[in-house]
Structure formats: C-alpha cells, structure tokens
Design a protein around this ligand. Structure first.
Ligand code: AMP
Ligand code: MG
Length: 417
C-alpha cells in the first residue's frame, strides 16, 4: 500500500545490514546476451565456456629451424655434424605436404605445422643448409622446440567460468577457441533522476544561490565502475508532477534519485516511490545518508539518495552499488582495494549506527578527516578512502588497526605509506 511518509520523521530507522539483506534477496543477475568479442573485455561471463577444439589444432614448430626426427640428430656435434636430406619447407598456414622419414628434414618456421614423421625442430642457428642438405651440429631430443596439439587449450576443457569478469586476454582466448561472441550478463540500465530547484547542470558556472549538480557526475562514475549502463539523466526542479512523470516513464533496471529524499515538505521522492510502487525502507541508521531509502517501481529498484554530496556517494556505495553489481553478475561486496593500518586518531561514533568515515593515509597511519560533514564533497577528494565503523561499536580508539576501503583502484595517490 502506498503510504505518506512525509513528516513521519525517522522514528524507525532501518539497519544498514537489514537493507543490504533485503537487496541481496531482491536482486539476481540479468540474463545473458551475446557480446561481440571486441567489446566483451570488462563484461561478466554468464556461462561456463567449454573449448570445443584443441588449440593449436596441430603439432607446431616453436622455433625457426629444421623439422626432423630427434633420434636422427643423436651424436651430432659441431666438429661432427649429421647431414639430412632437405625435402622442402613448412610455413605457418602452409604445411609441408609430405612425410619426414629417417635421414630427412624440412625447413620450418615458428607456428608452422610439424610435418608428419617429424618430432622435433633443430634450431636454425645449430644447422647449416647447403643445396638440398642440412647439416645438424647439435642433437635435439624428440619433442624439443615443438608444441603438441592442444598444448594451449584442450578440447573439453573449461578455461573460463561463469561470473568471470573478462580480461582482455580472456577475450583473446575466446577468439582462439573459435567463439564469435561472449555470453555475458546484460548490463543493468540505470536511470538517474536528479532533483533540486537550486541545481545548475554540470558544466555551468555556479552563481547566486545556485550550485552545480555534482551528484550526477559522481554517480555516473560510480555506475560505470560497477558495470551499469547509464541512461539519459535529467535534472528536475522540486516539482511533484515533474518528478512523478519522470518516475513513471523510467524504463530501467535501477533508478537513482538524487535529492529530496528526506521528510521535509519539498521532499517528494519517498512519497512518490510509495505511490507508484513500494517504499521498502526510508531512513537508515547510518551517518552520513540517514535519509536514504529503497523502494521499487515497476520491478526496478529505486534508490533514494540524499542530496548532500557525501551522503549521496555513501548511500550509493552501501545500497545501490551492491545491487547494481549483483544485477550485472558481479560480486556484491565492496569493489575497493583495501589496506589495513592503525588509526592515528580515534573515531567517535554511536552504538546503533554505521559510520562512513573519510580518511587520509599519513605515514602509514589512518587519519580521519576533520572537515567531514555530509555536504563537504572535497572531504572525499582529500581522502584516500573510507573506514566503516560497524553498528555495534562506539567509535574506534587511536592505534587500533582498521581496514580502509581505498578510493583509487590502482596505486593510491599521494599516499606516503
Ligand atoms: P536535499 O537532499 O535535496 O535536501 O539536498 C541536501 C543538500 O544537498 C542541499 O544543500 C542541496 O543543495 C545539496 N544537493 C542536492 N542535490 C545536489 C546535487 N545534485 N549536487 C550537489 N549538491 C546537491
Ligand atoms: Mg533538494
């Protein structure tokens, strides 16, 4: 039943864990779609891949030289070379048609099929060719400098498993085994609805009482990081009708609604989500982002993200991010690299609430940032990452080792540790 949540306050704030459990139960990876190989790196494989062919499909030369029967070279030495009759040549893609018998050899280039009868390649630098003979100056054991059929990938093998985030080399392997497409989970489509009378579109110069919408830009980056496909977004004034219309027409797997998520008179989003679908949670025991909410409209999860930039980021990270990743077939867990280090200064918190604390790394220690209100976007820029204070802890004392979720995917910037 739709319910009016305005001015109810947050008498009953949900636990972060409860909301996360709900979302985990409500999300399942989207179905598979065939993705062209040139576009599949970074996508998530929806099925196990079984090789239907051997790669290579033939034994091949691993060096430029002469294909021969290894035993024919036994006893060869620089001062006592063994002469073999040169039958012809094998090139990559152009095999030698005949057979190599005792006392015979074929000139061969790396990657060319080993002729029938030959079992090794004598490297060119150990041989001397003259006319229709080749002198072998060093012995080569059978199988030397030759790759067996299937040495790379064996038919029947499963080189890639469902859930794998495809690396560029994985895409290459798919090509190597003859696949034309990669069956990947469809990327979740994300609709971004940004609300606020005070907002100017990104690219504007802020002036007067107006600020530039930075949340859309942050969210776009987070959605891209988590594998979502961002649909056209829009900035709407705090106008109930406009927001209702936008929510109605949203054709997406996931809705992100920035701003107007609290319990004030102008905060239409929670009530509209309840009216058009269901509002499952509104108000979460956390800081920042306590006015966050989760609902759904027409089967799409809808996330109410408070307008304050740090709250918006935080609510995305705790709720929308895991849901989005799961829809796309990725792990729900934090995608950040982590670092453990001791706290340089205590963090204060309250029992019953989860805190998302921006921290710097200084001399290998974790320093909670002082200017860290929910409206201070720059705190997330100065920070190396975030520390999460669990619900059941009254802060964390100085010196205790904590885990930092690092914002940078690669080497932390400006990190002296
Ligand atoms: P709201 O959640 O709409 O009450 O907004 C809370 C605070 O966040 C206000 O100071 C807004 O001006 C600010 N804010 C809302 N939306 C955005 C946005 N898209 N980008 C930056 N700041 C915002
Ligand atoms: Mg607002």
């Amino acid at each position: 039943m739709p319910r009016d949540v305005r001015m109810k306050g947050f008498a009953e704030r949900a636990d972060v864990a409860e909301v996360q459990r709900f979302l985990a139960g409500r999300t399942a990876p989207l179905p598979a779609e065939p993705v062209p190989l040139f576009e599949c790196a970074g996508r998530v494989l929806a099925r196990d891949i079984r090789a239907e062919v051997d790669v290579p499909g033939f034994a091949r030369a691993a060096m430029d030289g002469y294909a021969l029967r290894g035993e024919d070279s036994f006893g060869a030495a620089p001062q006592d070379p063994i002469a073999l009759r040169l039958l012809g040549e094998a090139l990559p893609g152009r095999p030698f048609a005949g057979r190599v018998n005792a006392g015979e050899a074929v000139r061969i280039m790396t990657g060319a099929p080993l002729p029938e009868g030959a079992d090794a390649v004598a490297p060119a630098e150990t041989c001397a060719e003259s006319g229709d003979a080749v002198a072998v100056r060093e012995p080569v054991a059978p199988r030397s400098h030759a790759g067996a059929r299937g040495e790379d990938i064996r038919r029947g093998e499963v080189p890639l498993r469902a859930g794998r985030r495809l690396r560029p080399q994985d895409a290459g392997l798919l090509a190597a085994i003859g696949a034309a497409h990669a069956p990947c989970h469809r990327r979740p489509r994300v609709r971004l609805i940004t609300t606020g009378d005070e907002l100017l579109p990104p690219g504007s110069r802020p002036g007067g009482a107006r600020i530039v919408d930075s949340n859309s830009v942050v969210l776009a980056g987070l959605v891209a990081r988590d594998g979502g496909e961002l649909l056209r977004g829009e900035i709407l004034p705090d106008c109930e009708e406009r927001i209702r219309a936008a929510l109605c027409e949203a054709d997406a797997d996931l809705l992100l609604i920035s701003g107007g998520s609290s319990v004030g008179k102008e905060d239409f989003a929670p009530r509209l989500v309840a009216e058009l679908g269901a509002l499952h949670f509104h108000g979460v025991a956390m800081r920042p982002s306590s006015p966050a909410g989760v609902g759904e409209i027409a089967g799409a999860l809808a996330f109410l993200l408070p307008g304050n930039p740090v709250s918006c980021l935080c609510a995305y990270e705790f709720f929308a991010g895991p849901a989005l990743r799961k829809l796309g077939g990725r792990p729900r867990s934090w995608p950040h690299r982590r670092r453990r280090a001791a706290l340089a200064r205590k963090i204060a918190s309250q029992i019953g609430r989860v805190d998302y604390v921006r921290v710097a790394l200084e001399n290998g220690r974790v320093l909670p940032l002082a200017t860290s209100g929910a409206s201070i976007l720059s705190s997330t820029v100065r920070a190396a990452g975030a520390v999460i204070v669990p619900r059941d802890r009254e802060g964390i004392p100085e010196g205790e080792e904590v885990e930092v979720l690092l914002y940078d995917e690669c080497e932390a910037q400006g990190d002296a540790a």
